[in-house]
Design a protein around this ligand. Structure first.
Ligand code: ATP
Length: 415
């Protein structure tokens, strides 16, 4: 039985799922990537579960038994339960999908398991195992997906598939690379013809697909594969991917591995434009929906490009105050991006860069300035900036020194 491969913990979870489904009287299936990976003996802690019924109600009924963290998504008739063990349950209502406009999200309606398998991307993902079928394991495979798994083929379910949802082109590249599979002949033909539809994908979906590519182990290989298909101009306008340095990518991935809060994809995007674009500001033509913070990182790179180039070339002559000006208060993504460019030199600069991102302790405040007769207004900020420079360059260390310096300033300003 395929489900035996889930291991002790996985099987225990499945027993609870089956019990809950029987209590609620709904048909339950393991579907999609979970079945595919079980068949291929690949570890997958994502359990894709489909319910012929209300997935949210089911998830709310099941979760108290599992003790996980639950999230429900009204629009997608689905819920996610994250368990303290590595397992994540993606629970969805079996559905029909109707595409009104190619490239945008479809209208979703409840349907049965066959409708659900019909809406999927590839035959190898259009597989289900019926769970509440007593002792017998019933595999539902309407598109011969198991056969394609044996042959190592990625095959779409119909010729309109990539046009209907061009994100499947990027999904195909991910699976081909990850599983070391090939494109079935007809699928390859329709894929090649559909590349131009990538420009119909919304900025949010395109960004999400790109994020998933960055999460894969073989990101560079996937990027080169889609580049060979002609995808790059639609996602990364102006880029010549061959210039991308694998060592920099390796550094970024390793550096970000255990830091969930860092946007690895953003750092990689900055690197791609830094290394592969004739003009760095082409990065603003990437058709993603960027958040405020993300835009800030891109702007930082474009505005500081000359200073960054100098830092890479002549870090020895770079003063701490220059580094502080460059790095003060920037997001961590910016720091990682800069470190990835520095190569061997990063060993010297790592501590300095960390320090430069932090604020500087000033021994006196704006209030002291007012006490000493300065008038409120821009002058206060200007003096505090000058003071910061004195502190950074080590000429002022104590409050007393700062107050003496302030008296001098006051005399200068009075003149
Ligand atoms: P991964 O191992 O990368 O998580 P997965 O196959 O589990 O791969 P998900 O993104 O978790 O992929 O999606 C779950 C399932 O939903 C897929 O197996 C596939 O059947 C289906 N699916 C996801 N995206 C699409 C899409 N754009 N078009 C059709 N079916 C899709």
């Amino acid at each position: 039985m395929l489900t035996n491969k889930l291991g002790f913990e996985g099987k225990k979870i499945l027993q609870k799922v089956i019990k809950a489904a029987n209590q609620m009287g709904v048909n339950t299936y393991l579907v999609g990537g979970t079945v595919r990976d079980l068949y291929l003996n690949k570890t997958n802690y994502d359990l894709d579960i489909a319910i012929e019924g209300n997935a949210q109600e089911f998830a709310n009924f099941l979760n108290p038994v599992l003790g996980g963290d639950i999230r429900t998504y009204e629009r997608f008739l689905s819920a996610t339960i994250t368990l303290p063990s590595f397992f994540v349950l993606d629970i969805t209502t079996t559905r029909k999908e109707i595409y009104l406009n190619y490239g945008s999200l479809p209208i979703v309606e409840p349907g049965n398991i066959y409708d659900d398998l019909k809406r999927r991307d590839f035959s190898i993902n259009s597989l289900a195992i019926k769970l509440n079928n007593q002792d017998k394991e019933m595999i539902i495979d309407p598109f011969n997906g198991l056969n394609d798994l044996d042959k190592g083929l990625i095959k779409v379910l119909h010729n309109e598939s990539f046009r209907e949802d061009p994100t499947r082109i990027l999904r195909a590249a991910r699976l081909l690379t990850r599983l070391k599979f090939n494109l079935e002949e007809n699928t390859e033909k329709t894929l090649t013809k559909s590349i131009k539809y990538i420009n119909r994908i919304s900025g949010t979906r395109l960004k999400n697909e790109y994020k998933k590519i960055v999460k894969e182990d073989n990101t560079l290989q996937i990027l080169h594969l889609v580049d060979a298909w002609g995808v790059t101009p639609y996602v990364f306008p102006g880029i010549k991917l061959n210039y991308l340095n694998p060592k920099s990518i390796g550094f970024i991935k390793t550096w970000c591995r255990n830091r969930k809060e860092i946007e690895t994809w953003l750092i990689l995007l900055m690197l791609i434009y830094w290394q592969c674009s004739p003009k760095i500001d082409y990065i603003f033509e990437v058709p993603f929906d960027f958040s405020k913070k993300e835009k800030l990182c891109l702007e930082w790179m474009v505005e500081n490009r000359k200073v960054i180039k100098r830092l890479i070339q002549e870090n020895i002559n770079f003063s701490f105050i220059q580094l502080h000006r460059l790095m003060y208060n920037v997001p961590e993504e910016v720091e990682t991006f800069l470190l990835s460019l520095l190569g061997e030199k990063r060993e010297f600069l790592i501590k300095e860069i960390k320090k430069a991102r932090q604020g500087v302790y000033l021994p006196i405040t704006g209030r002291d300035l007012l006490k000493y007769g300065f008038r409120p207004g821009p002058i206060i900020g200007k003096i505090l900036n000058n003071l910061e420079q004195e502190v950074l360059e080590g000429r002022i260390n104590t409050r007393e020194e700062a107050l003496n310096w302030l008296l001098e300033m006051r005399d200068n300003y009075a003149e």
